[in-house]
Each structure stands twice: as structure tokens, then as C-alpha cells.
Design a protein around this ligand. Structure first.
Ligand code: FE2
Ligand code: FE2
Length: 363
């Protein structure tokens, strides 16, 4: 079989199995390097905010970032033309700076633009130094153009996926905070509770999908507060017994809002809304569930939610110190909280405090 065809078939099966963008692109650059017989390859992407081209993949060097108007990659990016240069040092468009920094000696360069579906240029695929001192051929140009088409659509799909994922997260965080004007809880409290649960989920050995689910489901724990009348939700000071009974219903309202969806995320969020005030010893609400009758998701959210409340400032209390908080968690282990989860929580307290510090409440 033709050597090039063999290389292509070999890489296609690896690429088909891979979902990680960087790995797919690394396979594509390795494929280009082998069939075009070049020494190095790199894929530059355009950063709109910084107006630079940066290497998402680059053989032999750390990340490179250059002004989008500079060098061969900059030219190809701006003009949308393919450049096949036999001797870079004889071309005035070539920027020698990178060679100076890396100690590499560039000779021949082949660079093609990467287009998205709207035919906008999103980056540049570049191969450097044809082996054995030769120049890149017409066939190389054709091969690299084909590989670049594949690289472009892979990159575009990954960008789209990331955008969707961000939008999805944003919708959850914002709607979870629908009581924003009535509830002292902050947007960041909601996000943090999810992030603490993420730490617990990883420690418990959840798979990636379930880690992501619990991270996004836990923030919806108080969504049922939208059903609590203002006279209760907005009341300053202590609630009387009748008002407290109404307040407790936010767990059931949350469950009612979220249940019966086919989405696993919402099914788990419904459970969390219902169970996040249940206690390990059975003294919680609304149903007084005990121990493992409370789902693992409810137990994880309960400790995360309480921890975040203790370590946050509220109109009626100051922030608790680390020692005070740890003492409380230990005291409540086996009473309010799942004992095993409490141990895991405490074991990971540094990472959890780190989240707390990074995602402070705006004052
Ligand atoms: Fe709650
Ligand atoms: Fe909360």
C-alpha cells in the first residue's frame, strides 16, 4: 500500500476515537508532518481580543503568540493566501524573531489559512522545513489544504460546543438566582455550592459526566424559593412557626419545578432541591429522611451549602474562621452530615477554601 495512504488510515482511526480538541489537533499535525515530510508543524488560532495569533499546537516549542499582522502566519491570516516559501530568510515577510528566541533555523515554510463555515479566517496551519533540504511541492500544498479543512471543522465544532456549554451553565446559574431581588444569597454562593460538590464528586470517583451534572445541579437547590410569599421571604428577623412551615416548602416547590424532566441533570437537581435540608440523623426537612435514604446528591449539597453559609457574611452574622467552621463540621458529622462525606470535605478543605477565595461575593 502507498505509504501516505497507510499513514492517513492509521491516523484517521485514532482521530475518530478522540474527543479532546487538542489531541485531535496534535494527531493532525503529526499526520501532516509525516505525509508532507516536514520537520515541524504548528496550528495558529486568532485571538480576537488580543489581536494575536497563538499556537494551539506547535511541535518542538512552547506556546508562541505573535501580533496578527506579523510574519508569514500573519500574512497568510490577513490575505487568506497559501504561501509556499523555499527560503524564509530571503522573504521580507518572514519574522526572524522567533528563530532567535528558540534557536531554531527555519528554511522552507508552507502555510495555509484555516476557514470557518462562514468563510472567515480563524487561523493558520503551518509546516516548516521540508526534510532533506528539499522544498514543499504542489502535492504538499494539496495535502495540507485537505488536512486544514478537517482541522478547521474540528476547531469550529469544539468552539461551538464550548459556547453552548457556557450558555447552558449561564442559564442554570442565572435562573437558579431568580429570587435575586428578594433573597440575600449571592450568585456566587450558588456557583460555589456546585463547585464544592464537584470536588466531592471527584473524590467519590464519579465519572466525568456525573461530576459535571452535580456541579450544575447543586446550584439549583433553592430555586423553589420563587414560590415563597414575600411576607415570609422578605421578613427581617426570625420567622414564627407558621412562617417557618411555609419557608420549608421551598424544598418541595423546587422539586415540583424540576421533576419529570427527561434530563438526568434536572432529575438530580429535583432530588437536591427536595433533600438539601434533610439531615443524616433524620431531624431535617421536609420528610425527615435518614442516612442513605437521602440521595448522595442531597447529602453532598447539604454540607456544601452549610459550609458556604458559615464562611460567608450575612446580615445577622460575621464570617466564621476556618477553625470555627472545621469544628462545626466535625461536631455535625453523623448528625447533620453524612460522616464519610464530612471526612472527604475536611480532607479537601484547602481546595474548597481556594474556590471560596477565587469566587468571592461582590461587596
Ligand atoms: Fe434551601
Ligand atoms: Fe444555598
Amino acid at each position: 500500500m502507498d505509504r501516505k495512504l497507510k499513514v492517513i488510515l492509521n491516523y484517521s482511526s485514532q482521530i475518530a476515537k478522540e474527543r479532546d480538541l487538542k489531541k485531535v489537533l496534535l494527531y493532525l499535525t503529526n499526520l501532516a508532518k509525516e505525509i508532507i515530510e516536514a520537520d515541524r508543524c504548528s496550528i495558529f488560532l486568532f485571538d480576537k481580543d488580543r489581536k494575536t495569533l497563538w499556537t494551539i499546537i506547535a511541535h518542538g516549542v512552547e506556546k508562541i503568540e505573535i501580533p496578527a499582522a506579523k510574519g508569514i502566519a500573519g500574512y497568510v491570516f490577513n490575505k487568506g493566501e497559501i504561501l509556499n516559501i523555499p527560503d524564509a530568510y530571503k522573504d521580507p515577510r518572514f519574522d526572524k524573531e522567533i528563530d532567535k528566541k528558540t534557536g531554531y533555523r527555519t528554511k522552507s515554510i508552507l502555510a495555509v489559512p484555516l476557514f470557518n463555515r462562514k468563510q472567515e479566517i480563524i487561523g493558520v496551519f503551518q509546516v516548516i522545513n521540508k526534510l532533506n533540504g528539499k522544498h514543499f511541492t504542489k502535492e504538499d500544498v494539496e495535502l495540507l489544504s485537505h488536512i486544514s479543512l478537517y482541522a478547521s471543522s474540528t476547531i469550529e465544532n469544539a468552539i461551538l460546543y464550548e459556547k453552548l456549554k457556557k450558555a447552558h451553565e449561564d442559564v442554570i446559574y442565572r435562573l437558579s438566582h431568580a429570587t435575586k431581588f428578594k433573597d440575600p444569597e449571592t450568585q456566587n454562593h450558588i456557583i460555589r455550592v456546585g463547585l464544592y460538590c464537584e470536588v466531592l464528586a471527584r473524590e467519590l470517583g464519579f465519572d466525568e459526566e456525573d461530576v459535571e451534572i452535580v456541579k450544575l445541579a447543586a446550584p439549583m437547590h433553592d430555586i423553589g424559593k420563587v414560590g415563597i410569599p414575600d411576607r415570609v421571604l422578605l421578613k427581617p428577623g426570625k420567622l414564627n412557626e407558621e412562617e417557618w412551615e411555609i419557608m420549608k416548602k421551598h424544598t418541595i416547590y423546587g422539586y415540583e419545578i424540576l421533576k419529570e424532566s427527561e434530563s438526568k441533570l434536572l432529575q438530580i437537581a429535583a432530588k437536591i432541591a427536595l433533600e438539601h435540608h434533610e439531615k443524616w440523623d433524620g431531624t431535617g426537612y421536609p420528610h425527615g429522611k435518614k442516612g442513605e435514604e437521602i440521595s448522595i446528591y442531597g447529602r453532598m449539597t447539604s454540607i456544601s451549602d452549610v459550609f458556604d453559609a458559615l464562611t460567608s457574611e450575612r446580615p445577622y452574622k460575621k464570617t466564621w474562621s476556618i477553625d470555627q467552621t472545621l469544628e462545626y463540621l466535625n461536631k455535625m458529622k453523623g448528625k447533620q452530615f453524612d460522616p464519610e462525606l464530612t471526612d472527604i470535605f475536611i480532607k479537601n478543605i484547602d481546595e474548597i477554601y481556594q474556590i471560596k477565595r477565587e469566587l468571592k461575593d461582590e461587596s
